[in-house]
Design a protein. Sequence first.
Length: 320
Amino acid sequence: MGDYVWKKKKVAIPGGGGFLGSRITDCLRRAGAEVFVPRTKDGVDFRRETDCWDYFAETKPEIVVNCAAMQGGIGYHKGREAELFMDNMRMGLFLMEAARAAGVKKFVNIVAGCSYPGYLEKDELNEEDYWNGAVHESIFSYGFSRKASVAYGAALKRQDGFNSIHLILANMYGPGEHFNPEQSKALAGLMKKIYDAKKAGVPSVEIWGTGKPVRDWLYVEDGALGILRAAGTYDEIEPLNIASGVGISVMDLAELIKKVSGYKGAFICNTSRPDGALKKTFGIKKMKEKLDWLPQTSLEEGIRATWKWLDENYDYAVTH
């Protein structure tokens, strides 16, 4: 987390009970911050503008780390495009505006990497590419709604001088993530399929698409530390990648999970299923320069920890 002093800082974390948000919450509490974690189950719904204003008026945070989002893998978005677009537009814009009105000193906006242009033929996506094209059609409504929050932050900066930063996160994974097939992303979805096949003695596992798309995977504990490093030291309105900078194809990822798990079966590609964007690896030059920080967990190490958690928490993992 660097040298930034969090002790007694008042920090609100919308989405702080989720996969990423809970890690950030834990880190901040250990550092002595006063952390506020709003919960939908307690009646707080940030899709309602009044709830955003009321929550910040009551808690009066100095810093907001916004992890709130409605999202999942490609399959989760199909048939929910308009619903997810509206939910994420409302949360992203209402939370930032309410924070500005409440006098929040810094708004840390966590943005999914799918908000990058989806059709650039580049080895890596750098921050200067962020506005150079349309998001990918496979996840366009979610990607565009998150991109809109970045634009709104820039507008508030120009109009009112409001301090927000916008961190573009690679795909995150790790213990505690969604393994529910309705909401899981590629790594978790593959891991569950391989786990189930190994347990049942099934000789093959289906992979969606061609197996060729390349993705950048960031271990969730590293993601939380990178976000907090940026929250303490980065104050520019231009987006900043938080990523590993290393790409791996879906097929190679499956082979790595197979190695870790000891599964002996084969992989069969179902090309009737969508690939999504063909390459999405993020440049980390600016991150290293601005934060003096790099993720420390290798992909194999992170997969081993995630597999162990899945094995010990399977019934919970696949239903939440």
